[in-house]
Ligand binder design. Structure first.
Ligand code: BES
Ligand code: ZN
Ligand code: ZN
Length: 525
């Protein structure tokens, strides 16, 4: 069951006399969502819609308060309409109108309290925003769905993050006449919320949505040069150091593996470096490396056309790293962070690299190319070597690297590979705290045999069999640094064909939340 009452809000339901304690504003292309934290409870906030939670048939504390204020009309209707409060199930009820009082209550189902996790609250935030916008309200107040399992800070953070991620839309290239281009505005009050947590959620969600925007851009617009321009603009805006190399500098630096991949495209490559320096530099330097293939046709080992459809997402690792830098610049943790992106396009032309070519990487190691579609590891090899030589103490690298990882873990879970157990655990725990799903896969050294080349030092694939393809890719990358390295294969979760619990189809911004969590871990609250 949903929506017992259809209505047309906005024009009828106006309100006056509110005073925000904190204003957080997020705007995407056409939806503008403003979050406001309040100390008051839902029934005290004069918004036209009051949202309260129902845990599998049981009212939350805030729902009970609202119910009492309105002479138990909510509980009576709930029973009468057999409303259960399964997750996402909503019931819209009118409230007898008084001055500055809500006109409607929205019961929001959260499912059974037993077994609930903070992820429930995050998903509730996303669903809630979509539901409120769908109902046509321009303003609402919601509780933060405390359950006893997590505190006010956690719930405020998760609800705000979910709302801002769920409110993301992508329709930049729809013409203004299209109905979906209609601007939606929503002001959402978070009752009894922790203001600082909401503030932080806004920074992180905005960074995730920034990464989504980059992934969603079509590849004719987001060329390597354009990616570099956007990274520079972002760095300048937020006070990060930035350096961009063009194709000549890339060649002169000796990045032969990266350049080999890039050489077939009319859109020249760029090597992008961003640096965040804390106010009092102490401790580790962490390097983030993101795969930046703005399009992957497969090269001469050409992908069938259906497999090319989603390949604008092959720069999702880069988008994630840039998104994370955006949040880091605002959150200012006490750790130095350096981001590296080798941006290129994997194309076919008379100048493109061939199967059997031998490339000399920045490390000096020679690589025999057996498959031009295994291009990501070639670009990453040089980026990892460079990050290492620049003084990284530990490296996290993210890439849409292998279809094999998608076969192993599906579209929701990233593969985590670590050459150092401690660093691997640190990243894995950060992902858990961030609510992003990663699963550790082995760096089985026996498979390194498969990458032995009779011509060069190493080959980029192990030939006809696809068995263990995610692992051999990780082993290949690990040949280019002795430093602690975590490789996250995000080929599955970086891009979603369908809309999902935290947003629409397209780029997901997967990994931004994990990186921010990882880099801020040393931060005092
Ligand atoms: N960009 C692809 C991997 C990919 C697949 C990303 C599906 C997102 C969704 C990568 O460059 C690639 O083509 N990898 C090959 C490697 C193989 C040739 C060893 C693959 O997975 O087939
Ligand atoms: Zn490829
Ligand atoms: Zn690729």
């Amino acid at each position: 069951m949903s929506k017992a009452f259809a209505h047309n809000s906005g024009a009828v339901l106006q309100l006056t006399g509110w005073s925000p304690t904190l204003i957080v504003c997020y705007s995407s292309l056409t939806m503008e969502l403003t979050l406001k934290s309040a100390r008051r409870s839902v029934d005290e906030i004069p918004a036209p819609l009051a949202v309260v939670g129902v845990w599998g048939g049981e009212f939350s504390e805030e729902a009970n308060k609202l119910d009492a204020k309105y002479h138990n009309s909510l509980s009576k209707m709930m029973k009468k309409l057999h409303y259960k409060g399964d997750f996402g199930e909503t019931l819209l009820l009118p409230l007898s109108s008084r001055d500055e009082a809500p006109g409607f209550a929205l019961l929001f189902g959260l499912g059974k309290k037993r077994g609930v996790s903070i992820d429930t609250v995050r998903k509730a935030g996303a669903k809630l925003v979509q539901e409120i916008a769908h109902l046509g309200f321009k303003e609402a107040a919601t509780e933060t769905f405390l359950s006893g399992k997590f505190g006010k800070k956690e719930a405020s953070y998760a609800l705000a993050e979910g709302a801002l991620l769920g409110g993301y839309t992508w329709n930049k290239y729809k013409t203004t006449t299209a109905s979906s281009k209609r601007g939606e505005k929503l002001r959402l009050w978070l009752a009894r919320a922790a203001g600082a947590a909401v503030d932080r959620a806004e920074i992180v969600a905005e960074a995730v949505n920034y990464a989504r925007d980059l992934v969603n851009e079509p590849p004719n617009i987001l060329t390597p040069a354009e990616l570099a321009r956007r990274a520079s603009a972002m760095a300048q805006e937020l006070g990060l150091e930035v350096e961009v190399w063009d194709e000549t500098q890339i060649q002169q630096a000796g990045m032969g593996a990266f350049y080999g991949v890039a050489q077939g495209s009319a859109n020249p490559p760029r090597f992008i470096q961003l640096t965040y320096k804390p106010q009092h530099p102490a401790g580790r330097v962490i390097a983030l490396v993101g795969k930046g293939l703005t399009f992957d046709t497969g090269g001469y080992s050409l992908k069938p056309s259906e497999s090319q459809i989603a390949m604008k997402c092959d720069m999702a690792g880069a988008a994630t790293v840039l998104g994370a830098m955006r949040a880091i610049a605002k959150l200012q943790p006490q750790v130095e962070v350096r981001a590296y992106v080798a941006a290129a396009e994997n194309m076919i032309s008379g100048a493109a690299y061939r199967v059997s070519d031998v490339l000399t990487s920045l490390s000096g190691k020679t690589i025999e190319v057996l498959n031009t579609d295994a291009e990501g590891r070639l670009t990453l090899a040089d980026a990892i070597t460079y990050a290492d030589r620049q003084g990284a103490d530990a490296i996290v690298e993210l890439s849409t690297l292998t279809g094999a990882c998608v076969v192993a873990l599906g579209e929701k879970v990233a593969g985590l590979f670590a050459n150092d157990a401690r660093w691997g655990r640190e990243v894995q725990e950060a992902a858990e705290r961030a609510g992003e799903k990663v699963w550790s896969l082995p760096m089985e050294e026996e498979y390194l045999e498969l990458l032995k080349s009779s011509t060069a030092d190493i080959k980029n694939t192990h030939g006809l069999t696809r068995a263990g393809g995610a692992i051999t890719a990780a082993l290949f990358l690990a040949e280019f640094t002795e430093k602690p390295l975590v490789h996250l294969d995000i080929a599955g979760p970086a891009y979603s064909e369908k809309s999902h619990s935290l947003g629409p189809a397209g780029g997901t911004g997967f990994g931004v939340r994990t990186l921010v969590e990882l880099l801020c871990a040393a931060q005092p609250d």
